[in-house]
Structure formats: C-alpha cells, structure tokens
Write a protein that binds this ligand. Structure first.
Ligand code: AHR
Ligand code: AHR
Ligand code: AHR
Length: 502
C-alpha cells in the first residue's frame, strides 16, 4: 500500500467510526466503557456482529440466536419471524455485547417468587414489542407482570460506592404502579439486603416511596427500599411526568453524588431532572452496591411491574453529560418508530364478528358468553336470537392501545371481553387503565392453518385467546396453568373470525 492510500484508508476508518460509532463506542471514548450492553433491537458497538438475543420456540422447544443484519446494525427480525412461524416464541437470553458475558437470563426466585413451578420469572414474548429502526423491523422486550431477567455474577460492575452510569430506551407509554420495572445494579442474592444496595433505573407511576411532578410515570432511581426522584425521600418537582413513546432514561452515581436524566429517544436532547447529593435518608451515602444486573423486576425479584425495554447499558465510571448527550444523538439517529401490532386480515372497527373454534371435534363451537363467563357454545343459523347475540362481538378500537382491538358484547353494550387472573370474562367497562389494558387484544395470523386469527393479549403477549374445557382463557404455550397445556395449543388458540350472528 502506498503511504497515500494508507492515509486514505485511515481517514476512511476514522470517518466511518465517527459517523457510525455505537453507544458503547461513545462511552469508551469518554473513558466510561460499557461493562454490559443489552439490546434486542440493534448492536450497541459499531463493530458488533455477535448474537443479540436467544429465542425459544414452542413447537419443539429449540432455540436460535438473533444477530444484527450487519456489523453495528439492526437485529435480523426476519430470522426470528421465520424461526417462529406458526408457533410461539420467547426471549430466553439477552446477550451482553461488551465481551464480558454479562448476559441476562430468566430471573430466579428471591424475596418474591416468580410464577413458574420453580419460582423463576416468566420469559418475555419475542413478538410483544415490534418497532422499526431506520425503517427496519426489530423487537423489544415486553415485560408483563411476572416477567424478569437477571445476572448475579457480573464482571466489572460497580460495587460499594464505585461510580457507574446507565441508560435504557423504554416505551414511555407502557408502565404501571407495581414494584418495580427496573434496569440496573441490584443485589446478587435476589433479596432486599438494605438501603443503598441497588442503583437502577426505575420507570413507572409507583408513589409508595418517591414521585416527581404530575401523575407520572417518572424516571426514578431504585436505590433499594425506595424509589428516589431527588435528595428528599418523597418528591422532586423537577422530575417531570413522561409521555414520549420512546424514552431514554438515565441514572448515574458516584461518591456523594448522583443524577437522573432523560429525553425523547426519537428526537431532541436530554434534560437533567436531578443532579446532586445522595438522598438524605440513612444508608444511601456511601452506597453499598452489589453489582448484579436486573431487568423488569425489583432487587428482591418484586415482579408486579410492566414496561418495555429496547436497549440499555451499564458503564464503569461516571459518564459525563457530554458523553451521554452524544449517546442520545446516536439513539435519535437510530430512528426508533412504531409499527403495526397486528397481522392477518384486518378486522373492521364497528363490525360484528364471530369467532369459530378450529380444534377438531369442537369446531361447531363459537366464542360466546353466559353472564360474565366467556366460553364456547355450539351455535348455528337455527340457534335462538339470544344465543346468536351471546356469540357476536362488536369490534372496537383497543381500549388500552389504539394499535389493537377490543371486543364489545352485542347483547350487553358497554361490556367487553377482558382477562382477569388469565380467565376471559365479560365485564362492564369502568374506564380504568387496568380494565382498558385487560380488554385490549392484538389479532395476528392464526397459529394453525385452519383459522384466520390468533388473538394475543396486549398486556401479556405470550398469551392468546384459548378455549380449554370449553371455557375462555388467555393461555401461554406450555405455561404454568392447566389451561396453558402445550397439547392442542395451536388449535385451541386459533379461530376463524367471520361475520357476527347478530
Ligand atoms: O426499592 C424498591 C424495592 O423495594 C426494591 O426494588 C425491592 O428490592 C424492594 O422490595
Ligand atoms: O389476567 C391477568 C391479570 O389478572 C389482569 O391483568 C389483572 O386484572 C388481574 O390481576
Ligand atoms: O376446550 C375444549 C378442549 O379442552 C380443548 O381442545 C382441550 O385442549 C381441552 O382439553
């Protein structure tokens, strides 16, 4: 190579890395390198080509890894779609891209037990949080109550009062008030070991400990036995309620000081909501960080919360605001955007539909209700008007998410199919966030070939309308309940959606 072409080549490399530097390249150049980098949507280093996450499918319980389409690029969602075609898929591992192998696995039982037989938390559905990045499809991690990930043996994370930083890109519209939708540093034994033993991003509208201004949700710090918005235990009016669909949430801490920052992950810059002294309650100065990493749960495995995670990192050292501002610019340039939550033939809002069972031996039955019980009943053109109405549902825009649908009873207007404790019920709408979310379902192409649609629960995307013993549930494929049985799952969870009887 001539010296001129060498210079050109170096120039090219320098320009490319400047243009394409990933979040962790930016943190490294700020001398606060990532010790963990987690994302199911994209590579967080410009040279990263390894696995982003592992999915496991329901049809044969085999797994595959999903990698970026190119170095530094967006996840290969098409590979997931083809691996998961006509079955269900779970996100079983979220890999660490830093090289330290700080992967996130199914969270083990702790002070609180998870829902599986051994007390572990549930895995997230692989399809609950579809998005696009620069127009290319990818999937985030949709955390329902009972879902969580953890690593208790992390290499390189902050312990004691050591400095660290972290960010997470979240769905700002997916939250609740339960404890605790977190991403960050937590106990290594799954137990609440005392004040100052955690330092994690919290997102939600829990007000048991602290809060910000308005009604929430807020970005706060989970420092154990408290969600903090500032120096006071209770309230920091400078920590605003959030509403951006894509939210960049930041927490960082060093001896005697910590900060909360945040901003719209799809446009604009970051704001600082708190930057100052450690909380003035006992045990938070100095900190006693332990160095595990959690996602979607509290330090003691409190797992009642919900939220959606797209990408996030943990750093060694306290990142400068300037470094974080550059990371924000990189995230904005990744162009997160929403995409359809449904698939299959579109169901028309305002039309009456029926849902015909497809399981062989049961396929004269339709989804119907008897009082508040949702079940399947044999219905035909010669059935009574009352029965025809019980088996007919008016399609409505999703009460809890306008990208999905709700099903209003034809004979009991104002009452909708909702799930409660995973059983389908017909209940009068009460306008609450919980009811609206429980009554929101996302139709997709049916799991079997006899049906037209499978109907996914928006808030529990591992779960679908299913009849079991002729009763309606939201069931997951091979989950913990009797009605989750893997046997006959695809057939029981596939329906022919046709014209209503009434
Ligand atoms: O700090 C809030 C929560 O309190 C923690 O996440 C959990 O460990 C404890 O229950
Ligand atoms: O059906 C699952 C959950 O059970 C619902 O979201 C909630 O209303 C109930 O606790
Ligand atoms: O709902 C009828 C049948 O009950 C389902 O097909 C089967 O899975 C269960 O035993």
């Amino acid at each position: 190579m001539t010296s001129r072409s060498l210079l050109l080549a170096i120039g090219l490399v320098a320009t490319t890395s400047l243009v394409a530097a990933g979040p962790c390249d930016i943190y490294a150049s700020g001398n606060t390198p990532c010790i963990a980098a987690h994302s199911t949507t994209r590579a967080l280093y410009n040279a990263y080509t390894g696995a982003l996450y592992q999915v496991k499918r329901g049809s044969d319980n085999t797994t595959t890894n999903i990698a970026p389409k190119s170095a530094g690029g967006v996840a290969n969602a098409a590979a997931q779609d083809s691996f998961c075609a006509s079955t269900t898929c779970l996100i079983t591992i979220i890999y660490d891209q830093s090289g330290r192998e700080n992967h996130l696995y199914q969270a083990p039982p702790g002070g609180f037990n998870g829902p599986d037989a051994n007390g572990y938390d549930n895995f997230a559905s692989a399809i609950g949080a579809p998005v696009t990045l620069n127009g290319q499809k990818a999937y985030g991690v949709f955390i329902s109550p009972g879902t969580g990930y953890r690593n208790n043996k992390v290499s390189g994370s902050a312990v004691g009062d050591q400095p660290e930083g972290m960010y997470a890109v979240l769905d700002g519209t997916h939250y609740n008030g339960a404890c605790c939708f977190d991403y960050g540093n937590a106990e290594t034994n799954n137990l609440d070991t005392g004040n100052g033993h955690m330092e994690a991003i919290y997102y939600g509208d829990n007000t048991v400990w602290g809060s910000g201004s308005g009604n929430g949700p807020w970005i706060m710090a989970d420092l154990e036995n408290g969600l903090f918005s500032g120096v006071n235990v209770k309230n920091n009016a400078g920590d605003p309620s959030q509403s951006a669909r894509f939210l960049n949430a930041i927490i960082k801490g060093e001896p005697g000081r910590w900060a909360i920052r945040g901003g719209n992950a799809a446009s604009g810059s970051l704001s600082t909501y708190y930057n100052g002294a450690r909380p003035n309650a006992n045990g938070y100065n100095p900190m006693s960080k332990e160095g595990a990493i959690i996602l979607g749960i509290g330090g003691d495995n409190s797992n009642g919360a919900q939220g959606t995670f797209y990408e996030g990192v943990m750093t060694s050292g306290y990142p400068s605001d300037a470094t974080e501002n550059s990371v924000q610019a990189n995230i904005v340039a990744a162009k997160y955007a929403t995409t359809s939550l449904t698939s299959g033939a579109a169901l028309t809002v305002g039309k009456s539909v029926s849902l015909k069972v497809t399981t062989p031996g049961y396929d004269t039955r339709y989804l119907a209700h008897s009082g508040s019980t949702v079940n399947t009943q044999v219905v035909s053109s010669s059935s009574s008007t009352a029965l025809k109405q019980q088996a007919s549902w008016t399609v409505r825009t999703g009460l809890g998410n306008s990208g999905c649908l709700s099903f209003e009873s034809v004979d009991t207007p104002g009452s909708y199919i909702r799930h409660n404790n995973f059983a389908l019920l017909l209940n009068a709408g009460d306008g609450s966030k919980q009811f609206n979310e429980d009554a929101t379902f996302c139709p997709q192409t049916s799991l079997n070939s006899a049906g037209t649609h499978s109907i996914r629960a928006w808030g529990y995307p591992t779960r679908f309308f299913r009849h079991y013993s002729n009763t309606g549930y939201i069931a997951s494929n091979g989950g913990v309940h009797t009605f989750d049985a893997a046997t006959s799952f695809n057939n029981d969870a596939s329906f022919v959606v046709g014209a209503g009887f009434a």
